[in-house]
Design a protein around this ligand. Structure first.
Ligand code: SF4
Length: 413
């Protein structure tokens, strides 16, 4: 196994890491310039983009330490029973790669995860060693995100938080039943117990640093998690409920959603078809409604249909507004911020601009047109000095008028 070159192993282990969405990166089509024409490539492995706590977009070397694993999670390409090519780095090799990429200015940090080799403790020790060596031996000041293993010794998880900026534990599936069926080696109480310990350690370190400037930091960029969508039949309402519980119970910075995609050599218990990617997008929109728009989880769930699914053709905020039409129209010159944030098509920036502008003048429809991309979506829901919808809100075909035109379905999706 160690006979493979570093470059071959980098290809294998960076490719294996791409299924983890909790360091958010964006997908694009494959292009390269190997034919000598053009410049650049979208095929290079291992570099993804994530957002630092201060909002900067940073490039990370995104790797698995190894894709060997003694666990057999059905949805995972690296599971024990999968037939993929395996590879492994030593901690020293990951440290050297990180430093080499950093010195060439390719990256600003490292995202490191791993399959489980030998035991959870053994694997966690190696992950911690990478972060320790980068920080202590090489004075590495860049960003480090470590995926922690909930089954590992709590002391090792604590050490991970001392060296890393962010730590994360994947909750994997929204329901305990789904986890039991698809990840038989993992236990929901253990995963959430570890998240609870990390939350306590983050808060204790925060308190200590308020009192003593030199108290050690612990995961200053917080903790995050990932949920796989579409592998276990959980509805969007269940996923939204689970995400909200995770945010409140463990003070997570982010819950990432990863639409399940059929993997090479897939297990027979998995669905044959991936969920539409737009479902993942709708869940991110619902996540934003809870985090930035003041929606309670039950209100987002009110936007789902009778089977608990968010509509795919319109966003959840519009779906909610159409269901609760009696709350509209909203007077843009008088309504409080919380109500302005409920208006479909008005983002947080536009709401801020409305609040600022109306201190100086009475807003008209043309003012709104300058702040938003499309006024058509807003008209039924707002009142301005020169506009009040009369019959629009009662129209039976309002949803059809506001939904974007249907698109040709992918033939081979
Ligand atoms: S523990 Fe499960 S999800 Fe993680 S690498 Fe192993 S098989 Fe994959």
């Amino acid at each position: 196994m160690l006979d493979r070159s570093i470059s071959d192993r980098l290809n294998i282990l960076a490719d294996a890491a791409k299924y983890d969405a909790s360091c958010a990166s964006s997908g694009t089509s494959k292009r390269n310039s190997r034919d000598g024409r053009g410049l650049g490539s979208t095929e290079g492995m291992g570099i993804c983009h994530a957002y630092a706590p201060d909002g900067r977009c940073i490039s990370l070397l995104k790797l698995l330490l190894t894709n060997h694993c003694i666990f057999d999670c059905h949805y995972c390409v690296n599971r024990k029973s999968s037939n993929v090519v395996r590879a492994k780095f030593t901690p020293r090799e990951v440290v050297d790669l990180t430093l080499a990429f950093y010195r060439r200015n390719y990256i600003e940090g490292l995202f490191l995860s791993s399959g489980i080799i030998r035991s959870s403790d053994h694997t966690m020790e190696q992950l911690v060693e990478v972060a320790r060596s980068l920080r202590e031996d090489h004075q590495f000041r860049g960003y480090i995100h470590l995926k922690t293993i909930p089954e590992a010794d709590p002391e090792l998880q604590r050490q991970a938080g001392l060296w890393a900026d962010r730590v994360s534990i994947n909750v994997e599936l929204p329901t305990s039943a789904g986890l039991e069926r698809l990840a038989p080696d993992k236990k929901a109480p253990q995963i959430e117990g570890s998240m609870g310990s990390i939350r306590s350690a983050i808060e204790e370190a925060g308190d200590a640093r308020k009192r003593f400037r030199n108290a050690p930091r612990f995961a200053p960029a917080g903790q995050s998690t990932q949920m796989i969508v579409g592998a276990d039949g959980a509805s969007d309402a269940q996923i939204v409920g689970k995400a909200s519980t995770l945010y409140t119970s463990y003070a997570l910075r982010r819950v990432y959603y990863s639409a399940f995609s059929p993997i090479p050599d897939a297990s027979a218990v998995l669905p044959l078809k991936r969920p539409p990617l737009i479902r993942e997008h709708r869940l991110y929109q619902s996540d934003w409604l809870m985090r930035f728009y003041g929606f309670a989880p039950h209100e987002v769930q009110q936007a789902t249909d009778e089977s608990g699914m968010l509509p795919l053709d319109i966003d959840p905020k519009l779906a909610w507004a159409l269901r609760f039409r009696e709350r509209f129209p909203v007077d843009l010159n008088r309504a409080p911020r919380e109500m302005l944030l409920r208006v479909p098509g008005l983002g947080t920036k536009a709401v801020g601009a409305i609040l600022a502008a109306r201190r100086h003048r009475t807003l008209r429809l043309e003012d709104l047109a300058r702040l938003t991309r499309s006024i058509a979506k807003l008209r039924p829901f707002v009142v301005t000095a020169d506009w009040r919808p009369t019959q629009l809100l009662e129209r039976a075909d309002l949803r059809a008028r506001l939904a974007p035109p249907a698109q040709q379905m992918e033939l081979f999706a």
